[in-house]
Design a binder for this molecule. Structure first.
Ligand code: AMP
Length: 250
């Protein structure tokens, strides 16, 4: 089984993002970037399937500028067999990413396509679902566990009321939740070795897919600053304050 894993380059999850002074977007100038955390879970699960002898090849794919090579090197260091960069400086929204991934699925013919459940920059949570729809493949989103038997993938997924278990016939699309696994630590020698591995680069314009944004970002703003709380000395005092507060009946 060949597995294609989509890895996005996003602002590192430890960074407190700043907004550009004109409010047009988040300012990522000089900010630490890294692999989207859910995509690391997706890749880790693919590697574990391979280690169990259930997968033959893992291909990491990233879409974006040449800077995305760093997340592909990280993926190779984790254990991916191959890396592909679909290079573009265009602002790619989920539908464009899904259309481009579809082209690569048609070329590589993986039986499993793994993505993160959402990218922590746009928080869209749409690409996997759109890709499954475009390919007309079954989908298991927000996966917290995966089991493969013959041509069937059993996916347990996180839903509002608990978990749901689905049986998907391969080929299928799965999006990873954080609970799926704990990604392995990448050792320095593996990172050094990954620097020597080739990354296949494809210019997005050669794929002749319409990638122009369909949504327009109008403004980005900080949430209102939370007012400081106060301490009360007793439950009685708390109740009196609540009673006195307009609109609150206790
Ligand atoms: P989103 O729908 O934007 O929240 O992204 C969901 C998932 O789609 C991510 O976790 C990635 O696995 C994949 N994805 C989205 N954009 C890209 C990209 N530019 N390159 C690679 N994978 C992507």
């Amino acid at each position: 089984m060949k597995i294609l894993v989509a890895v996005k380059r996003v602002v590192d999850y430890n960074v407190k993002v700043r907004i550009k002074s004109d409010g047009s977007d988040v300012d990522i100038d000089g900010v630490k970037m890294g692999i989207n955390p859910f995509d690391e879970n997706a890749l880790e699960e693919a590697l574990r399937l391979k280690e169990k002898g259930l997968a033959s090849e893992i291909i990491a794919i990233s879409l974006g500028s040449a800077a995305n090579q760093d997340v592909l090197r990280h993926s190779l260091a984790m254990g991916a067999d191959r890396a592909i960069l679909l290079e573009t400086d265009a602002d790619l929204q989920p539908l464009a990413v899904a259309k481009l991934l579809k082209v690569m699925v048609e070329r590589e013919k993986p039986e499993l396509i793994m993505l993160g459940k959402q990218a922590i920059d746009d928080d869209a949570g749409q690409t996997g679902q759109m890709l499954a729809a475009l390919l007309d493949y079954p989908q298991g989103t927000f996966a917290s566990s995966i089991q493969k038997e013959a041509n069937i993938l059993t996916v347990t997924r996180e839903v509002d009321g608990g978990t749901e278990t689905l049986a998907l016939t391969l080929p299928a699309v799965v999006t990873a939740d954080l609970r799926l696994n704990e990604p392995r630590f990448v050792k320095l020698p593996n990172l050094m070795m990954a620097r020597k591995k080739p990354i296949e680069t494809i210019d997005v314009t050669t794929l002749v897919i319409a990638v122009a944004p369909r949504l327009q970002l109008i403004q980005v703003a900080e949430p209102p600053v939370r007012k400081a709380g106060i301490k009360v000395n007793s439950v009685e005092e708390l109740l009196n304050k609540l009673r006195a507060h307009e609109g609150i009946l206790v």
